[in-house]
Each structure stands twice: as C-alpha cells, then as structure tokens.
Write a protein that binds this ligand. Structure first.
Ligand SMILES: C[S@@+](CC[C@H](N)C(=O)[O-])C[C@H]1O[C@@H](n2cnc3c(N)ncnc32)[C@H](O)[C@@H]1O
Length: 272
C-alpha cells in the first residue's frame, strides 16, 4: 500500500544512516528550542515521576526524555524508551550509556505496546501521535498499560497554528496544504484531551508553549521541505519558490523572519 503521508520522515522507520543523522539533527535542534524546553519542564513537573516507579517513553527518539524519566525514578525504578526506528534507538542507547543513564531502549509500536495490562506508573509520549494514523488507538494502549492511579503526559504539535512570514498572499494556501500533509494527524495538539478522555483517563492539567524560531535566520530545513513539497505537488512554480526563498532571506537579514508553531501538553491519570 502506498504511504499516504510520504512527506513525514518520522512516519516509517528508514534504516538509511543518512536519514538517521537528519532525524537526530532535527530532534536536537528542537530539543534546544526554548519553547520545547519550557513545555517539557512544565510537563515533567506535573507528571512527577517518583523514585521506584516504572516509566515508558513512547516514541523516544534520541532518548533525552527517557533519560529525564530514568533520573526521576532512580535505581529502584525503570525507564524504558520504546522506539521503532533502529537508527534512533541506537543513538538513544549510545547517548544514555555515555551519560551514565540507566534508561534502556526497546523496539515496538505505540499501537501494540509489548506490556501486560496495568504494568506502568508513568507514560510519556511527545510529538509522536501526529505521526500516527490511529492516535486514539495509541492513547488507548497507553491507558491499558497504566496501573490505576498511573499518569500519562502527551505533548504534541498542532500544524494549523504554523506561521511563516513573509509569504506572498498567493502562496499561502499552497503552503498551508503542504504543512497539513507533513503529519498523518496534523491537528494532534488540539485533540489530546479528547483522546485521553475517550481512553477512560482523567485529565489533570493542560498547557501550551510555542516553538518559535530565530528571526535572524531562515529555518532552511523546514522552509525547503515545505517549498519543495509545494512544487512537487504543482501547487507553486519553481519561480514562486525562488521568490519565497528571496523574501525570507531578505527578511532574516532585517531580523524580520518568523516561523512558529504551537505545541500542547496534557497530563492525565487512570482513575482508581
Ligand atoms: C518527532 S519524533 C519525537 C521523538 C521524541 N519523542 C521527542 O520528542 O524528541 C517522533 C518519534 O515517533 C516515532 N514513531 C513513529 N511511529 C511510531 C509508532 N508507530 N510507535 C512508536 N513510535 C513511533 C519516530 O520513530 C520518532 O522517534
């Protein structure tokens, strides 16, 4: 079957090492962003993993948040990152070992967690649901493996909040179309609380922050990805793409480039 979301690099594991390097770089850039750091800190504080607890990081990427969970649960607990991408899993394992973290990493799929019912105290799932065709099914899986009283943190982007400036008015519909196509479920951010409630969980906290880019630098990986996608779909011409690049470059030189997207977080627990 043809992948309905071929533009999403995170949608399916790709073992090409060049792809792994590109994904790791993208995740590291995001991890350094102040908005991402603030929302992670906010969510960890409310999830409040404690010494001795069993934690799972679903779609753990480079494993940075699995390491945070491992530090919180300590030597009497266990923190595992579940990551289907073999390249990312290897990088996460190397980084954890290098940092002296007890975080461990396993393969698997958010839609079929390799755990019995009511096994875990805490689950973390950050910017993964947007890449799934059945995010509600994945949240139901998280609810299944949580013990009564166990907690979950979901963090995700909502691509309808994506803002790029300056963009000529006639190019905006094309870029909006391509932006929506970068994820299987681009409106994940606004749907977190609904999925949690549908899975029988009780929502305790909701929060948001914005991933805001430097106004003096064009965010070329994102801009090129969108513009290339728009040209490939015949939504804009190559001349229009080049005009967009020129406008964004000129804006960045004036400190007037803008790229932002809102991320949402929800913390919930399984009722006893
Ligand atoms: C944008 S990355 C986020 C990684 C990490 N959670 C973070 O916030 O840095 C999306 C992650 O979801 C993983 N992923 C994709 N499909 C998945 C699935 N079906 N089950 C579990 N993880 C999946 C990808 O391999 C990737 O590591």
């Amino acid at each position: 079957m043809t992948d309905p979301h071929p533009t999403s690099a995170f949608h399916a594991p790709n073992t090409d090492p060049a792809i792994t390097d590109r994904l790791v770089t993208a995740l590291d850039v995001q991890a350094a962003n102040p908005g991402v750091r603030r929302l992670r800190e906010w969510a960890h504080a409310r999830l409040a993993a404690r010494p001795g607890e069993r934690a799972l990081d679903v779609g753990s990427g480079t494993g940075s948040e699995t390491q945070v969970l491992a530090a919180a649960v300590g030597p009497d607990g266990a923190a595992t990152g579940l990551e289907p991408h073999p390249g990312l899993r290897a990088v996460a394992g190397q980084r954890a070992a290098g940092a002296g973290s007890a975080a461990r990493f396993v393969g698997g799929d958010a839609l079929a967690l390799p755990l019995p019912d009511a096994e875990l105290d805490v689950v973390w799932c950050e910017r993964v649901l947007q890449h799934l065709n059945d995010p509600a099914g994945a949240v139901a899986e998280m609810a299944r493996v949580l013990r009564p009283g166990g907690r979950v943190a979901l963090l995700d982007t909502d691509w309808a909040t994506f803002v790029l400036h300056p963009v000529a008015p006639e190019l905006r519909p094309a870029l909006a179309t391509v932006t929506q196509a970068t994820a299987a479920t681009p409106d994940a951010g606004r749907r977190l609380t609904g999925w949690l409630t549908a899975a029988g969980l009780s929502v305790d906290h909701v929060g948001a922050d914005v991933l805001l880019h430097d106004p003096g630098t064009v965010s070329w990986p994102i801009v090129r990805g969108l513009a290339t996608g728009a040209v490939a779909r015949n939504l804009i011409t190559e001349d229009q793409r080049d005009g967009l690049y020129a406008d964004l470059t000129a804006a960045a030189e004036q400190g007037a480039f803008h790229l932002s997207v809102t991320m949402y977080a929800a913390i919930a627990h399984r009722p006893r």
